[in-house]
Ligand binder design. Structure first.
Ligand code: ZN
Length: 245
């Protein structure tokens, strides 16, 4: 099997949604790899704002961090309309966000990350990129089984075997809670990156970019906003405790 080190550049492809987590992953990859590209998926999200913010965040990263901007290659957007057609979920339909009978939030699109990673691997193969970077997380993972470390390891193996090329799935946020994710952003890009994430990344399930909170834009009530807000305040509290010592 072809080793990652033997590939053209050892670059990374970041699964990038324009949200807080994948933006931290993008910064993490830019701090490590000489060549980084991004991939996003249009699968009939309820709100176009999610896709619109991807470009805004990428341009903001280029402007605020010129060395990262030089490492940052093309952004790829793939349309997967069939995913919306086979999934009746609260992310793609105007249904209430609640727990389903299976105990999963109605925001769960079955197998979504598995599909995304498979498409990303196919693109990475063509682009000569050996690493896939995904912002999946077990800690705050809302019960999504396709975000678990065991799922990622199994898929990494399946992809590497299926492509006959060693592809690594990097998951820098896997064991971090949302407060630790803000701390990671601070350590990677300082206050400039934290501000960029607050201002431009989008997390809210309802697509709200009217209401500005300390932690960014959002409705403030949906599970994604609650998680983001809780993480922000927990990180700020921790920071102010540290500074008083
Ligand atoms: Zn919200």
């Amino acid at each position: 099997m072809e080793k990652a080190s033997e590939m053209a550049s050892g670059g990374a492809l970041v699964l990038f949604s324009g949200g807080q987590d994948s933006t931290v992953c993008l910064a993490w990859a830019l701090a490590r790899y000489p060549r980084v590209e991004t991939i996003g998926f249009d699968y009939g999200q309820r709100h176009a704002v999610e896709l619109a913010q991807r470009t805004v965040v990428i341009e903001a990263v280029r402007a605020a961090f010129p060395p990262w901007g030089r490492a940052l290659g093309p952004d790829h957007l793939l349309a997967l309309p069939e995913l919306a057609r086979i999934s009746e979920t609260a992310l793609t339909r105007e249904t209430e966000i609640a727990l389903t009978e299976a105990g999963l939030p109605s925001t769960f699109v079955p197998g979504r990350n598995l599909l995304f990673l498979t498409y990303a691997a196919a693109l990475a193969y063509r682009r000569g990129l050996a690493m896939l970077v995904a912002g999946v997380c077990e800690t705050d993972y809302s019960g999504y089984p396709d975000c678990r470390a065991a799922t990622m390891r199994a898929q990494e193996e399946a992809i590497s075997l299926g492509l006959d090329r060693e592809i690594t799935i990097e998951t820098p946020l896997m064991h971090l809670d949302k407060a630790a994710t803000w701390a990671l952003a601070q350590s990677l890009g300082g206050t400039a990156l934290v501000e960029l994430i607050r201002e431009h990344t989008h997390t809210c399930y309802l697509g709200d970019r009217e209401h500005r909170h300390a932690w960014g834009y959002g409705c403030g009530h949906c599970p994604a906003c609650e998680l983001r807000a809780r993480g922000w305040y927990s990180w700020r509290d921790h920071e102010s405790e540290q500074s008083l010592r």
